[in-house]
Design a protein around this ligand. Structure first.
Ligand code: PLP
Length: 382
């Protein structure tokens, strides 16, 4: 039994950084004003939001006016896709995305199909990679938006976003990037990425839960998805979550400041974990072998159920994840693995381990020591 709990699910969420909490605290206590109020307390709240917006814009290489704070990554995706689709109805009804997107994107496209929109899902290869030329070939006269993820949340594959963006830019099609997973670990320079819209979520980079960010390039017309006040330049009604916004901006800023120190540490742990677990017979790395997120080690194991692995790890105080979804009592294999042509049987045995800045060599070595026994036991039980 490990002496402390081992958290290897940083792709699901991260712990709030103590420095972020410190920055947020005044806005829960003394600085509780409503940013829309014109007296001093309100103006302090607005100043805090303004400087948070500048901090975010600095990381994204954009104008502060192009940054909107939302309630989560899902909301940013929804606002980008629905907002753009409903505002562009006169131009066309065609959307392009990929089958490995997060459900915040996939279900939003499906929802829009009820209103007459059509979606093309550009296929991925066995590593989960999108071919930019396939995106180019999918564009029609009716296309109003391309939405692609920067990096996959389950298998960690990093997509050729700059290239896809270049094609969209040439063809004058707005391009939305779901950057929720690589926020804090890959460059978010929207000019470099050729992104017109870009979604982030603060809880993925040691910020608070319940705060999303949407970059929308000047000139992008979005139909607001919440009606009410004129906060966030009319793009997102509702009294601002001042503490959350300050936390999100502080966390993003710190993530990029810490990056030169943190990234080599995480990459070394990831590679140690991958090398250690691939010695298990019947194991396979999922996702791209090199173009993958620094913190992602994901696998499939023959002849086991991912959920059973998770429960056994949990008994040892180790938190991990599978890509499977529980629907109506049965466990469906991950849509991401199926789109990558992983056989259904094998896709049932998926395991995702995602490292964080506080992960240690001992954490990795413990998992490498206990997992072979767990897998062997589960195989014998079948
Ligand atoms: N997009 C991706 C790629 C994600 O991984 C997630 C969350 O895991 C989301 C969107 C949704 O973000 P949130 O949990 O902040 O709604």
């Amino acid at each position: 039994m490990p002496e402390r709990n081992i958290y290897l699910d940083h792709a699901a969420t991260t712990a709030l950084d103590a420095r972020v909490l410190d920055a947020m605290l005044p806005y829960f206590t003394t600085e509780y004003g409503n940013a829309s109020s014109i007296y001093t307390l309100g103006r302090h709240a607005m100043q805090a939001i303004d400087s948070a917006r500048e901090q975010v814009a600095d990381i994204l290489g954009c104008r502060p006016t192009e940054v909107t704070f939302t309630g989560c990554g899902s909301e940013s995706d929804n606002l980008a896709i629905k907002g753009m689709a409903f505002a562009s109805q006169k131009k066309g009804n065609h959307l392009i995305t990929s089958p490995i997107e997060h459900h915040a994107v996939l279900y939003t496209c499906q929802y829009l199909e009820r209103f007459g929109f059509k979606t093309t899902y550009v296929p991925v290869d066995t590593y989960g990679c999108i071919n930019p030329d396939d995106v180019g070939r999918a564009i029609t006269d009716e296309t109003i938006l391309v939405s692609m993820m920067y990096a996959n949340n389950e298998v960690g594959t990093i997509e050729p976003i700059t290239e896809i963006g270049r094609i969209c830019r040439t063809r004058k099609i707005p391009f939305h990037v779901d950057a929720v997973q690589p926020g804090g670990s890959l460059s978010l320079d929207v000019v470099e990425l050729n992104a017109d819209l870009l979604s982030l979520s603060a809880h993925k980079f040691y910020g608070p839960k319940g705060v999303g960010i949407l970059y929308a390039r000047q000139g992008m017309r979005l139909l607001p998805q919440l009606q009410g006040g004129s906060q966030e330049r009319g793009k997102r009604a509702g009294t601002e979550n001042v503490a959350g916004i300050v936390g999100a901006a502080t966390a993003l800023h710190l993530a990029y400041e810490d990056m030169p120190k943190v990234m080599p540490h995480i990459i070394a742990l990831r590679d140690r974990l991958i090398a250690g677990l691939l010695t298990i017979p019947g194991s396979l790395l999922t996702g791209h072998p090199t173009d993958r997120l620094a913190n992602n080690a994901s696998f499939v194991f023959e002849g086991v159920e991912g959920e059973s692995i998770l429960l056994n790890l949990d008994l040892l105080g180790i938190a991990a994840s599978t890509g499977s979804a529980c629907t109506s009592g049965s466990v469906d294999p991950s849509h991401v693995l199926l789109a990558m042509h992983v056989p259904v049987e094998l896709a049932h045995g998926s395991l995702r381990l995602t490292l964080g800045k506080d992960s240690t060599v001992e954490d990795v070595d413990t998992v490498v020591a206990v997992l072979p026994g767990i897998i062997e036991k589960l195989r014998q039980l079948r």
